[in-house]
Structure formats: C-alpha cells, structure tokens
Design a protein. Sequence first.
Length: 167
Amino acid sequence: MSVSPRFSAATAVLAACAVLTAGCTEQESSSAVPSPSAAPSLAPGCSAGEIVDGPLPEWARGGFSGDARARHVLGTQGQLAAVLFGHPLTVDRKDGVSNKILWVAREKYETGTLTIKARREGTGEPVLREVAGGPGPSIIDLPQPGCWRLYLAWPGHTDTMDLVYAG
C-alpha cells in the first residue's frame, strides 16, 4: 500500500479498513443508477448533484490502490472529500447497506473530532453528528430525506458540502 506523506499512518489504516469493510456488505453495482423516484427533488441552491463517480483527487488516494475510483463529493473549499460507499444515501435503509462515508482531509491535522452540523435546506434546528478521531470512516444517518448542507469542522479546518438523502 502506498501512502501519501500528507496522511498519517492512522489515516491510511482507517481508509484501508473502510475499503475492506465496504467489501463485506452487499452494495449496488457501480453501473446501477438509482431510479428517479428514489432521489428527492433538490432544494433551490442545493449543489448535491455534484457526486463524482471517478478518480479520487491525488490527495485523497491514501490507502487506496490502482486508479482509486469511487463515488465522492468534494467540500466547497476543497479541504475534505466524502467517499460514498453507501450510495445512494438513504434515510431508512432496509437493504442491509449502511450510509458509509469515508472522510478524507486534504491537509494533515491534529487528532480530534470531526463535527458535522447538518441542516436540511429551509428547515429548523441543525442535526449534529461527530466522527471520533477526525476525518475517517463513518456511518452518517440523517432523519429526513432531502438536501442537507453539512458544516464540517475538525482541528484547524472547516469545509461545507451538500448531500442528498433519499426517502
């Protein structure tokens, strides 16, 4: 396994564990496309349609091999990538697949918590989620379908991204 010097050994181990764990559960075929009825309509200003199904950025490839292709979303500031293993993200999963997200930071960071403040477009109080140890493997479940704006903070860094959760 080749690890970029920008990533700590712990990040590489976490990424490898996430990849191995992802292979242990049923997943959609990479050629499968969710039906239009499975995807909620996007709120105005939602940029969540920007899911890339292709090569990860060079800086996000630590722990991956080959051409490192995966579904992913980049933060608006380019500081964090969300590698989506449980696509489409779904509110009430009944298919045995989790809403697995591997968070990969662009720059090295001090160990700490990745705090996610998620707010469904146009609705009340934010939903808080935390990933112990900072960016790494996680399962992020949110309570309602729709476009969620995620405000992401980890030691010394912040970023924002929109993700859609189907119903």
